[in-house]
Design a protein around this ligand. Structure first.
Ligand code: G3P
Ligand code: CA
Length: 226
């Protein structure tokens, strides 16, 4: 069965990367939730897609230059707060696995510390986590710090290059944009031992087409379409 992965929660229904969006994804019985993380100026990991708060909130400025207190004072769609990664993990509480995308720089080490905390203190398993990034540097840091943490190489450029990086980084999966996929390159990734989760697929016809490929998961804003 192809895994249903809720993109930024269930971003097609509720404002992306908010607690309500993650609750919606859980209501839709996703197999996994995808989310984006940055480190803010006071050092906490926050769940947010963009590098600035301008598009999504009533504030302005770079997320890395704002403290958690300043970020918590902002509103998304006049009603939601920016959550911390801890708040989201507490909500999910092992009800599905989590794909944490290292969006901001220097996030690898803090994410790893939090993953270790949830494994040792709250009985999460390593398999509950898959850490992905477009940034090779973050994935390299992660692998240097931990030989076993499951990771995925994100790409919107080339499946072949993602396979190369995944081999070097001992990754579990590659996460290519769906437009890059062919039956042949999916087979190649599978033969090399990598899982494939593709993004962000929101059209039923495209989902039906991709289901013919040897892939493991589809990341969608509408995870119930799967
Ligand atoms: O992780 C898949 C997808 O979320 C990557 O692109 O821009 O939505 O973070 P973006
Ligand atoms: Ca993402």
């Amino acid at each position: 069965m192809i895994q249903r992965i809720g993109h930024r929660g269930a971003a097609g229904y509720i404002a992306e990367n908010t607690i309500s969006s993650f609750e919606k994804a859980l209501e839709l019985h996703v197999d996994a939730i995808e989310l984006d993380v940055h480190i803010c100026a006071s050092g906490e990991l926050v769940v947010f897609h963009d590098f600035t708060v301008d598009r999504l909130t009533n504030g302005t400025g770079e997320i890395s230059k704002l403290t958690l207190q300043e970020l918590k004072a902002l509103q998304i769609n006049n009603q939601y707060q920016i959550p911390t990664l801890e708040e989201v993990l507490q909500l999910i509480d092992k009800r599905c696995w989590v794909n944490i995308e290292l969006k901001g720089r220097n996030t690898a080490s803090s994410v790893l510390q939090l993953v270790e905390k949830y494994i040792t203190k709250f009985n999460w398993k390593l398999e509950h986590f898959l850490i992905s990034s477009f940034q090779r540097e973050e994935l390299e840091t992660l692998r240097k710090l931990d030989s076993f943490i499951p990771m995925a190489v994100l790409t919107q450029a080339s499946v072949e290059q993602a396979i190369e990086w995944a081999t070097e980084l001992k990754a579990k999966a590659i996460h290519p944009h769906f437009s890059l996929l062919t039956f042949e390159n999916c087979l190649l990734a599978q033969e090399k031992g990598f899982q494939i989760n593709t993004w962000t697929v929101n059209e039923s016809a495209t989902i039906s087409h991709l289901k013919q490929y040897p892939i493991n998961g589809i990341i969608s804003d509408f995870p119930d379409l799967l």
